[in-house]
Design a protein around this ligand. Structure first.
Ligand code: AMP
Ligand code: MN
Ligand code: ZN
Length: 770
């Protein structure tokens, strides 16, 4: 059959063949090697089938692989291995094929996008059908495989498109409270809001959209009304349950030791997957009578800018629930009836994020929380993970291989459901045990002063000299839990000028520790900003749009043609492919502008030098350190002047209109290391950096520090060499170590997500992580 003449028929036939093969494979007996020994014909046919499978896999792999130097998959054992328990396990070749297929699918998607001229994600939501979920190993650096497993599927439909609330990632608008009614309230929803003072402002309009705009502030209370004339910051909305969290007393029985209730047997515990409004109501009614409930969330943030909650797991003493948070997103606010009821203790583990996700996605808040993570700290336990507590108290081995699963997949695969349910099933028993231990510890410590080893912990933390009451450690636990419950969601901001923030370009630069030229820096900043804007608009994560290692490669190579751009990013992220010509144009723009500024920079340097002294030869390297004992000032060596940080800083200085040092001085606590360093040596660099930057930034009237000229005159050599970046070929990396004698170059700090960041994009597929 020719797929170019009858596409539909050929797809049908291919699909039929695939189904037949899948069915046949499923019928293969476990003891296949035994059968092979019995029957020569079976043995031969299996060999042939194996070879054909291998050839097919290699056809896909060799056509789609990004690096042609990678060899073929050599044996079927490299694709899948059967373990002693009879389970199939993916081998590295499997990942290669998955990657190849993903790449092909992405190419198809992008091809269709181009034809239909629609943003990639909307199209995918419309035509994407989810493939069968699969489990693959995560490759760690150096080709090792970790024991982390990813469950993912190709083309998982984007659940966001079905959300009733529109996802708004813009920086310019504040996050809108989802809550409109307030169960279990001590004070009304509009308590502490600025009211009349914000009429006519963006915040006022925002409040009006909630139907609470015309309020006049009440007197003092949990959150005091603002009285300044400025428009209040958009993110200053108070926590709607701040007053309740601070004032609702915990239930009295919490302070009484009780016999721990063993978790109900797994198979005997009634379990429900809740995905209809009726089931949700039934669940909430069941939970309303409970003295305590355990809650946990599963989240997805790879194919979304801010991320979204996919599952909410809840356990009572007798039942386990897993709620489909995608299907019931706009109904889940009903959970507030339980979560804000102080008589029901909410037990969570490490709820820092859960609290934020609950309010962001459902407008759900928690009053009366016991966080077992805080409990583990108060008890001075060595480890604080839920997995550790499960092992310690329940002898249960949590299978963390699903931690990074794609929780959007529906129906949720059985083993993922099992994992999710285990996160809350045992938690109330763990709570019983920990609470008792904390109360016991409190009794033992009463009257002891902080000098006593055990008491020191509680006493110091509670700001007291002696442990005054047996309840003190428990109060400390609850107080810390309450502080966590006070977390508020705020949208990610973006700092183009200084690259501040955890996702900012300054943090990336620190991680890379490789000197970029000012021109490369300009390109990096332009691309970084494009990536953020694109991710917000398409509602994708920045690492889906353009992973860090590709951002780095682009800044390094500065490709100005779409083809070169795509060649530098293999396998190409779909959105980069879609916007390749825009991005290439952006590179050209950033590059040209920066080069123009550098030319001006050079001009100014030359002018200044011709006035101060005759222009010395320009050194592109500086190999003879000047006299180290020279104590006339900090600049004794070009190394002191021309650090990579300074290069970065110099590029920062080129940001349009940056009233450079003045602004830095005004933001001391947000100052980056590069900026600090730049400021430290600024007096020696006024000639080489500040003056030109004033020109570059268009701030010609900027004041120039007086000491500059004498310093430069005294150190013509250093000053001239410092001017070299303007002349491009400064080689920094070779002698990098000596630039920081007291601080040898460190290995980049291993981040929690580093394994993920280093994976090829496509194999990441549709995988959640953070
Ligand atoms: P948990 O509280 O362990 O059930 O985790 C809740 C969510 O946090 C998961 O669904 C993931 O989205 C995210 N998460 C947990 N652990 C990790 C990790 N090690 N790396 C990245 N994301 C994680
Ligand atoms: Mn959790
Ligand atoms: Zn969980």
């Amino acid at each position: 059959m020719d797929c170019s003449t009858d596409f539909e028929a050929s797809v049908k036939s291919a699909f039929g063949a695939l189904m037949a093969a899948t069915k046949a494979a499923a019928r293969l007996p476990n003891d296949i090697s035994f059968h092979r020994t019995l029957d020569e014909d079976i043995d031969a046919r299996l060999d042939r089938t194996g070879q054909r499978t291998l050839a097919l896999a290699n056809t896909l792999w060799t056509k789609a692989r990004s690096d042609p130097s990678l060899g073929e998959i050599e044996s079927t054992d490299d694709i899948a291995l059967r373990t002693s328990s009879g389970q199939w396990e993916a081998a590295p070749g499997f990942r290669a094929v998955v990657e190849a297929v993903d790449t092909l699918l992405e190419k198809i998607d992008v091809g269709l996008d181009e034809v239909l001229r629609r943003p990639a994600h909307r199209l995918r939501a419309a035509v994407g059908t989810q493939s069968a979920p699969m489990v693959t190993s995560v490759a760690a650096a150096g080709g090792r495989t970790t024991d982390l497993k990813l469950v993912h599927a190709s083309s998982v439909p984007r659940p966001q498109v079905a959300f009733k609330d529109v996802v708004d990632n813009s920086v310019s608008t504040p996050f809108v409270w989802k809550i409109r009614e307030k169960p279990n309230a001590l004070v009304p929803l509009d308590y502490g809001l600025p009211g009349a003072t914000v009429a006519g402002t963006a915040l006022g309009a925002h409040l009006a959209s909630l139907g609470i705009g015309s309020h006049t502030p009440r007197g003092s209370g949990a959150s005091s009304p603002r009285n300044d004339a400025d428009e209040p910051a958009l993110f200053d909305l108070p926590h709607p349950y701040a007053y309740e969290i601070k004032h609702q007393p915990p239930p009295a029985q919490l302070f009484v030791e009780q016999a721990p209730q063993e978790p109900k047997d797994w198979d005997e515990t009634p379990f429900a997957f809740v995905d209809t409004p009726a089931q949700l109501i039934e669940m909430v009614e069941h939970l309303e009578g409970a003295a305590e409930v355990a809650i946990d969330l599963e989240h997805h943030n790879y194919r979304s800018y801010h991320g979204f909650t996919c599952l909410v797991q809840i356990s009572s003493r007798t039942r386990d629930f897993v709620v489909d948070a995608l299907a019931l997103r706009s109904e889940l606010h009903q959970l507030n009836r339980i979560t804000t009821d102080p008589r029901v203790v909410k037990v969570l583990h490490g709820a820092e994020s859960d609290i934020v996700w609950l309010q962001r996605d459902f407008g759900v808040y928690v009053v009366g929380m016991f966080d077992t993570y805080h409990a583990s700290h108060v008890l001075n336990m060595g480890h604080h993970s839920l997995a550790h507590l499960l092992k310690e108290y329940c002898a249960f081995d949590a299978d963390k291989k699903y931690q990074l699963a794609d929780w959007r997949i529906r129906p949720v695969p059985a083993e993922m459901l099992h994992y999710a349910r285990a996160d809350t099933h045992f938690l109330l028993y763990i709570y019983d045990r920990m609470r008792n231990e904390i109360l016991q510890r409190g009794r033992e410590l009463v009257g002891q002063d902080v000098g006593t080893p055990g008491a020191a912990h509680f006493g110091r933390l509670a700001g007291m000299d002696v442990v005054a009451a047996a309840t003190q450690p428990l109060e400390l636990t609850l107080q810390r839990s309450a502080t966590t419950a006070m977390n508020r969601f705020v949208k990610e901001s973006y700092d183009a000028d200084h690259g501040l923030g955890s996702g900012g370009w300054a943090a990336l630069l620190r991680k890379w520790r490789h000197p970029f030229s000012p021109v490369q820096m300009a390109v990096l900043r332009a691309l970084h900003q494009w990536r953020d804007t694109c991710a917000r608009e398409e509602d994708e994560s920045t690492r889906y749009v353009l992973p860090n290692h590709m951002l780095y490669a682009l800044a390094d190579r500065m490709p100005t043609e779409p083809a070169a751009l795509l060649a530098a990013c293999q396998p190409t992220p779909p959105l980069l492919r879609l916007y390749a010509s825009d991005v290439a144009r952006l590179v050209v723009q950033a590059k040209t502008r920066a080069e123009e500024r550098m030319a001006e920079f050079r001009g100014v340097i030359e002018d200044v030098h011709s006035e101060v002294r005759p222009m010395p030869p320009v050194h592109t390297r500086f190999n003879e350190p000047m006299d180290a004992a020279d104590d006339e000032g900090p600049a004794t060596d070009v190394a002191d002047v021309l650090t990579p940080e300074l290069m970065s800083a110099a590029a920062v200085l080129m940001s349009p209109g940056a009233a450079l040092f003045g602004r830095l001085d005004a933001r001391p606590q947000q100052e980056s290391e590069a900026m600090r360093r730049a400021r430290e040596i600024r007096s020696n660099l006024v000639l080489t950096v500040v003056v030109p930057s004033a020109v570059l930034t268009g701030a010609e009237d900027m004041e120039v520090d007086a000491p500059a000229a004498p310093v430069a005159a005294k150190r013509p050599h250093a000053a001239a060499t410092a001017a070299a970046p303007a002349n491009q070929p400064v080689v920094l990396s070779e002698t990098y170590a000596k630039y920081q004698p007291e601080q040898a170059p460190k290995q980049p700090k291993r981040q929690k997500t580093s394994d993920l960041d280093n994976l090829p994009t496509i194999s990441l597929g549709d995988i959640s992580s953070s």
